[in-house]
Design a protein around this ligand. Structure first.
Ligand SMILES: C[S@@+](CC[C@H](N)C(=O)[O-])C[C@H]1O[C@@H](n2cnc3c(N)ncnc32)[C@H](O)[C@@H]1O
Length: 251
């Protein structure tokens, strides 16, 4: 019996499972085993996507007779609407779990980094016993993108910062406070980001990967200008290697 077959969900448990950047061979054994054995699979999908990227990455692990539910969620920034939506989903999940079903929510990358799992975990913590809630880490986009470029994210005293690209004033401030800056959700702001990095003389330090590790869709470049005009959409991660902080350098 292989390792994955030994890993199974328990009845009456919930699992937030990271499936990595979007390719089945970067899904962990643990994630694969839990996905395969779950009664219910919940796959979040954004309104602007035609399919769930997490489900695409996980589909080779699906088992038999599973209920697979895609939840389309709004992309707006209205906190109370977002919370209400996930409260309702958490209500459904806790009903399944209390009825003895095992429920797996799959999410792209890691469940604890800019993930809808956050809302579920918060809401479920008031509804289920802590020991019936599990988080399974996945390879995050920034790790996958770093690996594709074969460049260390940090060395020695270096500081790594991860943030969304959505507020460019904050991005500019961050440039002064770390050695490596990772920007998520960068797709639509590439033009402004190019302007900022040209002004700061950092344009040659920035790399971009869109749909990294997603077969047939991946785009990678060490020239951010090639990704201008929102060509590659939402699934874009930018890594800016600002400087190297060595042992003995003062911060
Ligand atoms: C909602 S966040 C999900 C982050 C994820 N939980 C993680 O651990 O990396 C979506 C953002 O992740 C980044 N992302 C996720 N998968 C990616 C991929 N395969 N290639 C490039 N960026 C990706 C993009 O910046 C995208 O806007």
């Amino acid at each position: 019996m292989n390792l994955m077959q030994q890993i199974k969900t328990e009845p009456g448990h919930f699992y937030a499972v990271g499936v990595g950047p979007g390719t089945a061979d970067l899904v962990t054994f643990r994630a694969g085993g839990l996905i395969h054995s779950a009664d219910v699979i919940l796959a979040p999908r954004s309104r602007i996507a035609d399919k769930s990227l997490a489900l695409e990455a996980a589909k080779v692990f699906l088992g038999k007779d599973q209920e697979i539910i895609e939840k389309v969620y709004a992309m707006n920034r209205n906190e109370s609407e977002t919370n209400d939506f996930w409260e309702t989903v958490a209500g459904e999940i806790s009903a399944w779990v209390k009825a003895g079903k095992s429920v797996v929510q799959i999410t792209i990358g890691d469940p604890l980094l800019y993930s809808t799992s956050h809302y579920l975990l918060e809401s479920l913590s008031g509804r289920l016993l802590p020991e019936s809630i599990h988080v399974i880490p996945g390879i995050s986009a920034f790790q996958a993108v770093g690996a594709r470029f074969r460049e260390s994210l940090t060395i020695q005293q270096g500081r790594l910062m991860v943030m969304p690209a959505t507020d460019l004033e904050q991005v500019e401030q961050a440039l002064d406070h770390c050695e490596t800056l990772v920007l998520y959700k960068a797709g639509r702001l590439i033009n402004q980001l190019v302007d900022l990095l040209e002004r700061r003389n950092l344009i040659d330090c920035a790399h971009i990967a869109c749909y990294a590790e997603q077969p047939g869709r991946e785009f990678m470049s060490t020239d951010l200008r090639e990704a201008k005009d929102g060509k590659y959409g939402y699934m874009a991660t930018v890594i800016i290697h600002i400087r190297r902080q060595k042992w003995g350098d003062s911060v």
